[in-house]
Design a protein around this ligand. Structure first.
Ligand code: SF4
Length: 256
């Protein structure tokens, strides 16, 4: 009953936010757009994808990820066995940028507030910014850092109760097809994030965390995040002995 009530509340709040977005005239982009594009997809998804801004086809048709970029994202999702209806997707800037220019600081500031509101309403588990501009906004706003290095792409971060998994924007493949294999690998990881580790209910890490002995970051980054990369998980799957006080990165915590 509670869940239905919560879901209805989310949908009502989202509808009212989307009405505001569709009629928004807070910045100059409203003069050149045909449609302001709202987020779409599954509000119960753990994944919340954030692209930069709609392109010409999206602006004309009023939906996210259509045209050439839509084709690429569908291909990446196909390789990752992710159904686009199972996840939630939105843009940092809700209106098309004329000539595909970069958003100006005031446009990012004004429109970013809609994104913040969407995040506040939906309360996703993992933010997935696609491309530099979305990543820069998300990391500055939710992780307190201004610059994300290349090494951070395809890595899971956790702070302030939110996980961030920055990825390249699908349109990068239009200009740089040689990075395709790498991108498929990073997009495929999102399928892992959609559920928690199957060993979690019986794992000593859960016990230590519930006893207040283990930092939550271990649970979020591994057990409810990238469990495929957990050394404990890998050893469990290979029937290899591992002590209870071995952390997911394979190090031993003698205090446990
Ligand atoms: S510590 Fe590793 S094996 Fe244990 S629940 Fe977390 S991810 Fe799974």
């Amino acid at each position: 009953m509670d869940n239905i009530f919560q879901k209805n509340e989310i949908l009502t709040n989202l509808e009212s936010l989307n009405r505001e977005i569709k009629n928004c005239k807070k910045c100059r982009l409203s003069a050149t757009r045909s449609n302001a594009i709202c987020g779409e997809g599954n509000i119960n998804s753990r994944l919340f994808l954030i692209a930069q801004a709609p392109g010409e086809t999206e602006d004309r048709m009023g939906r996210m990820f259509l045209g050439p970029t839509g084709k690429i994202i569908d291909e990446l999702f196909g390789a990752a066995r992710i159904n686009r209806n199972d996840i939630y997707m939105t843009n940092l800037i809700k209106c098309m940028l004329p000539g595909y220019r970069k958003p100006l600081p005031d446009e990012t500031e004004i429109c970013g507030k809609y994104l913040d509101e969407e995040i506040r309403i939906i309360k996703p588990d993992i933010l997935v910014p696609l491309g530099n501009l979305a990543a820069r906004y998300v990391f500055r706003r939710y992780h307190g850092i201004n610059n994300l290095s290349e090494a951070g792409i395809g890595r899971l971060f956790y702070s302030n109760g939110l996980k961030i998994y920055p990825l390249r924007h699908p349109s990068s493949l239009l200009y740089n097809p040689q990075i395709k294999a790498d991108m498929i690998k990073q997009y495929t990881k999102m399928a892992v994030f959609q559920k928690e580790c199957k060993w979690y209910p019986v794992c000593p890490m859960k016990y230590f965390f519930e006893q207040g002995k283990l930092d939550k970051k271990w649970i979020e980054l591994y057990c409810k995040g990238d469990w495929l990369n957990c050394v404990r998980y890998q050893m469990e799957e290979n029937f290899q002995y591992h002590p209870d006080n071995m952390l997911p990165d394979g190090s031993i915590d003698k205090r446990l």
